[in-house]
Design a binder for this molecule. Structure first.
Ligand SMILES: [Zn+2]
Length: 474
């Protein structure tokens, strides 16, 4: 997934880890209350470098190679796993660490595929898995092989230490998140019996927001996300020569429809997760006016200034309404030819609780032209929201308080979209949680050039995830 929040630059403390490609660190002793996190971080770093070297670029994905590598690492720890291909070469990995069954399982989810990279534009080769300058470099370091290895090492550390578990811990790595989520969709449909008993799931989509001063503003645990509802608009008319204009010119009709759409303001609505997120932010806001607006967004939206405050922030705006971005446009490819058909595509994102049919009726009213055909490019679905409270949120809260005392924890909505949707639809409480606290500069490398994760982030992330999972699964 691509991140969406403006992050500000921060100088993280230099990592103490050494680089290299030596053998994996020795197994940790079971004694002591907590693992040796420095050693675990070093091992996580080396494993990540190895994982980054496996090319799972989507397309074509080739995730089975990544799944086999994960299986090999797990087998070395005596943990069995299975690989299921959703289509040839598109492997999905499943492993389960058994607890005593008193409570329902937790799933640690990741995707194996990564987006392409233009090697010539990178400072460090994107497929080399190099550790350089206090960072692990490579396509997928942040999205999301880094988090996947943090999840893997959390599972392995719990197994090695023989931690008594009250719930099973399930590890799933899916294929094809980046181009269509077909791996997660297939897995949730065809292998639902393997996960139907799960209570929670941790996936990408969290946002640990850093402020301008480089200090953490909040740890964001995503509880829901907006749902893509992509649409194609098609207009047909009589073709002809551009020198003889016609009233039923398809391109002109489409342009008029797009103009009306671009000028339309979708209604502002405050969903429960958005209200909670803004309320949480209000507790840290020093400006009294802004604090008042954030504490009661529904009321603020009735005042012109309050409305401006929310809608001028692009992220806040996206959390408060269904959005429409005009993206693809096609008409004639010759200046002097009136095309028989013109089409456009809209990237529509719906808030949880909006039925696609309701939105479509609104759009038809706005276009006000029955010759414009509207075709959904994705199935009609509705986003759901995971509970804003519960044992997993509590475990995250307690862990953050222990590792970063006084920090704010909140439960935002994701404007983007992840595989979590398919698992939420099964009734599993799915949460976006980021193990890392990345700077704006690092964040821009996601789907860009020079993607990397700092050793300091790996050190923090592996302890953070281990503590959260141990707390909720002990
Ligand atoms: Zn991703």
């Amino acid at each position: 997934m691509s991140r969406f929040l403006p992050l500000f630059l921060v100088g993280l403390a230099a990592a103490q880890l050494t680089s290299g490609t030596g053998p994996v660190a020795a197994q940790q002793p079971a004694a002591g209350r907590t693992p040796d996190f420095d050693a675990l971080a070093e091992e996580t770093t080396r494993r990540l470098a190895e994982y980054l070297r496996i090319r799972t670029v989507n397309p074509p994905g080739n995730e089975t190679a990544g799944a086999r590598w994960l299986q090999h690492v797990l087998r070395g720890e005596g943990i069995e796993s299975e690989i299921f291909e959703s289509s040839p070469g598109r492997g999905n990995l499943y492993a389960r660490l058994r607890g005593n069954g008193k409570r329902r399982p937790i799933v640690l989810l990741s995707h194996i595929d990564v987006v392409p990279a233009t090697a010539s534009a990178w400072k460090v080769a994107p497929w080399a898995g190099k550790i350089h300058d206090g960072q692990v470099w490579g396509r997928g370091a942040l999205d999301m092989k880094g988090m996947a290895i943090v999840e893997l090492m959390t599972l392995i550390a719990l197994e090695r230490r023989g931690v008594p578990l009250s719930r099973d811990i399930i590890l799933i790595a899916n294929a094809d998140e980046e181009t269509g989520s077909t791996g997660a969709e297939w897995f949730a449909r065809e292998k639902s019996e393997l996960i139907r008993d799960a209570e929670f799931l941790i996936n990408e989509g969290g946002s640990n927001q850093l402020g301008r001063d480089g200090k953490i503003e909040y740890y964001g645990v995503a509880v829901t996300e907006k749902l893509p509802y992509w649409l194609r608009l098609t207009v047909r008319g009589s073709p002809g020569h551009g020198s003889i204009p016609r009233p039923d010119n398809a391109a002109a009709r489409l342009a008029r429809a797009l103009g009306r759409i671009a000028g339309h303001e979708t209604p502002l609505q405050v969903t429960p997760p958005a209200a909670q997120f803004f309320r949480d932010l209000s507790t840290r806001e020093s400006d009294p006016q802004r604090r008042r607006w954030l504490a009661d967004p529904a009321r603020a939206l009735r005042e012109p200034e309050g409305r401006r405050f929310f809608t001028s922030n692009l992220y806040f705006n996206a959390l408060l309404r269904n959005t429409i971005s005009v993206t693809v446009m096609q008409g004639s490819n010759k200046t002097n030819v009136i095309p028989p058909e013109a089409s456009a595509e809209l990237d529509v994102r719906l808030l949880p609780g909006t039925a696609p049919a309701t939105f479509l009726a609104e759009l038809r009213r706005v276009i006000a032209d029955t010759t414009v055909e509207i075709t959904p490019l994705r199935p009609d679905r509705e986003a759901s929201t995971s509970p804003l409270r519960g044992p997993l949120i509590d475990a995250i809260r307690e862990t953050v308080q222990a590792m970063d005392p006084g920090a704010l924890i909140t439960t935002p909505m994701l404007a983007g979209y992840t595989d979590s949707y398919y698992y939420r639809a099964l009734g599993i409480g799915a949460y976006g949680l980021d193990p890392f606290r990345v700077t704006e500069a690092e964040d821009q490398t996601v789907h860009g050039n020079d993607e990397r994760v700092s050793l300091a982030n790996i050190r923090f992330g592996v302890e953070f995830f281990y503590r959260v999972v141990e707390r909720v699964a002990r």
